[in-house]
Ligand binder design. Structure first.
Ligand code: UTP
Length: 308
């Protein structure tokens, strides 16, 4: 059986349309310590926690590959590099056992983790000083062109995928683009929030971006989720290492400093986002992805109904 794609299809969805683009590199910051998932994250990094039967990071990679991205930079801590290497690398002993036992479908699942990937580079963030700092750590691999940033704990169930939609928007508008969704006003203090200039319902041009504003100060309720397409200009600000909200080096602050020089837009993506950094979001994602899978029997739905 080929690798099952993120939408319960039989293959990772690779769309070759206008979204085949200039964006070839994605940075995946995974150096956080995942305190909200302790004790699970004591030994298993958050991005390796499974949704149904594959780790969160695999969904992000499949989404990126479907958008034409093939080079990846993992910003890791001291704890998780070897696990990521094991997941995306070859596994000769396991592969030999599966071959010997004639388990061709399982073998394809094992070898398919790296499908569509041209390169993975690892950089270490010695201390989790913030998302902005994590992205800055990847600077040597960014090559002076636009790049994507994806947070694997934001899982987006969408067709076409969220990154595909973003690349498509980037091809049209250029500039810095973030995926956005509306949040209840009393939750603006958890997110980066756009100060919107013009909004056609799908694309919001913004004149500002504020990290975690209090509800009464928030310029809108349009919040940034963990998908970005950014130009190298953001690195100029990150270079200075200035700390922002939560005493962390914030990516949103760096993006905000480029507004005026670089166009900045929010894309209201089509799809369902699950915040898998929170327990409720993680459990909901498992249910939603299980429901979308053809290989999980209908008994699951019956059980689910009986539970609620
Ligand atoms: P979070 O803010 O969810 O932090 O990071 P966390 O450490 O992973 O989890 P909690 O809040 O303690 O439960 C969002 C993403 O940014 C990465 C994380 O690994 C995660 O993918 N990140 C965050 C870094 O790589 N470095 C940082 O300094 C901060």
């Amino acid at each position: 059986m080929p690798l099952e794609g993120i939408y319960g299809r039989n293959e990772p969805m690779t769309l070759v349309t206008s979204a085949t683009s200039a964006i070839k590199t994605a940075v995946l910051p995974v150096a956080g310590i995942g305190t909200r998932f302790l004790p699970a994250t004591k030994a298993i990094p958050k991005e390796m926690l499974p949704i149904v039967d594959r780790p969160l990071i695999q969904y992000a990679i499949d989404e990126a590959v479907a958008a034409g991205i093939s080079n990846f930079v993992f910003v890791v801590g001291s704890h998780n590099r070897s696990l990521l290497e094991a997941h995306f690398g070859s596994s000769p002993v396991l592969e030999k056992i599966l071959k010997t036992r004639g388990k061709s479908q399982e073998l394809e699942l094992v070898t398919g983790t790296s499908k569509g990937i041209t390169s993975i580079n690892f950089v270490t963030q010695d201390e989790p000083l913030g998302l902005g700092h994590a992205v800055w750590c990847a600077r040597d691999f960014i090559n002076d062109g636009p790049f994507a940033v994806m947070l694997p704990d934001d899982l987006v169930q969408a067709e076409p995928g969220c990154m595909w939609q973003m690349v498509d928007a980037f091809n049209k508008y250029g500039g810095n683009i973030v995926a956005v969704e509306d949040v209840p006003r009393d939750q603006t203090n958890k997110y980066g929030i756009l100060d919107v200039d013009e909004d056609d319902g799908r694309i919001a041009s913004a004149r500002g971006l504020v990290e975690k504003p209090n509800p009464e100060d928030a310029p809108s309720t349009l919040s940034v989720i963990g998908r970005y397409i950014l130009g190298p200009e953001v690195l100029e600000h990150l270079e200075r290492g200035e700390k922002g909200a939560g005493n962390e080096i914030q990516l949103t602050d760096a993006i905000a400093t480029t507004i005026g020089r670089v166009d900045f837009r929010g894309l209201r993506f089509t799809g369902q986002r699950f915040d898998c950094g929170s327990k409720a979001g993680f459990v909901a994602a498992n249910v939603a992805y299980a429901l979308a899978r053809s290989d999980i029997p209908d008994d699951f739905k019956v059980l689910l109904k009986s539970l609620v």
